[in-house]
Design a protein around this ligand. Structure first.
Ligand code: ADP
Ligand code: MG
Length: 238
């Protein structure tokens, strides 16, 4: 069984089925990107994996364990949102250590984990600042740092760069990629940006109207798009 397995996953809002039987197999340490036009169901599918939306049909397994109906807090995964959602009155250090304190992790262990994450993210000089004293890119790195310290099995990103300007997007994209290589944590990354998808992904999942159109490595999608939709979306004529 693959590390993360989705079988026939469905989501219904009212009388509108927005996720229509998704099957996916994701291996450990893979960097997977969900890409597709606005409204195709990328965020909904990610939120279902995170346990932030219920699953109306099908099943979800992580590491051989059925987590279809497991509460989000027990899923050992971390989600980084498009809005940073940092605590504005707390320092960077306190933002990054908050979840560990709640989990009653010993103080010296918290310090070690936060300092290690800050080092990986080039945040060491900013640990005593508050979010308003940081740039957008730095804030986004704090949001990532807050996720890292919990040592999640899976990282989930929903359009994490969309609030940044073009220069910072490029820079933060490179950092996310480096971080993935350094940590080797299975990652699912949502974007509507083809360039982001093609540069970050080990494999890209192209979604359309709640269904998977194609799954493949970036070059495979270029060379062998499954259909006209994928070819056009990836930006190459078939
Ligand atoms: P994407 O992230 O790809 O832009 P979403 O997953 O946000 O797409 O949305 C997929 C579809 O589900 C859209 O038609 C959207 O309007 C609908 N949708 C998302 N969340 C809700 C909700 N809480 N209630 C009703 N409809 C929703
Ligand atoms: Mg979305």
């Amino acid at each position: 069984m693959s590390f993360l397995q989705l079988r026939g996953v469905e989501k219904i809002f009212g009388d509108h089925k927005v996720i229509k039987g998704v099957n996916l197999d994701i291996e450990k340490n893979e960097f997977i990107v969900f890409v597709g036009p606005s409204g195709c169901g990328k965020s909904t599918l990610l939120r279902m994996i995170a346990g932030l939306e219920s699953i109306d049909g099908g099943s979800l397994h992580v590491d051989g364990r059925d987590i279809t109906h497991l509460p989000s807090s027990q899923r050992e995964l971390a989600m980084v949102f498009q809005s940073y959602a940092l605590y504005p009155h707390m320092t960077v250090y306190d933002n990054m250590s908050f979840a560990l304190k709640l989990a009653k992790v010993p103080a010296d262990e918290i310090r070690r984990k936060v300092e290690d994450a800050a080092d990986k993210l080039n945040l060491t000089p900013y640990l005593k600042r508050t979010p308003k004293e940081l740039s957008g890119g730095q804030r986004q790195r704090v949001a990532i740092g807050r996720a890292i310290v919990r040592a999640p099995k899976i990282f989930l990103f929903d359009e994490p760069l969309s609030n940044l300007d073009a220069a910072l997007r490029g820079q933060t994209r490179v950092e996310i990629s480096k971080l993935h290589r350094a940590l080797g944590v299975t990652t699912i990354y949502v974007t509507h940006d083809q360039v982001e998808a093609m540069t970050l992904a080990d494999r890209v999942v192209v979604l359309r109207d709640g269904m998977v159109e194609q799954v493949g490595a970036p070059l495979e999608l270029y060379d062998k798009p499954a259909n006209q939709f994928v070819a056009q979306f990836i930006g190459m004529p078939s």
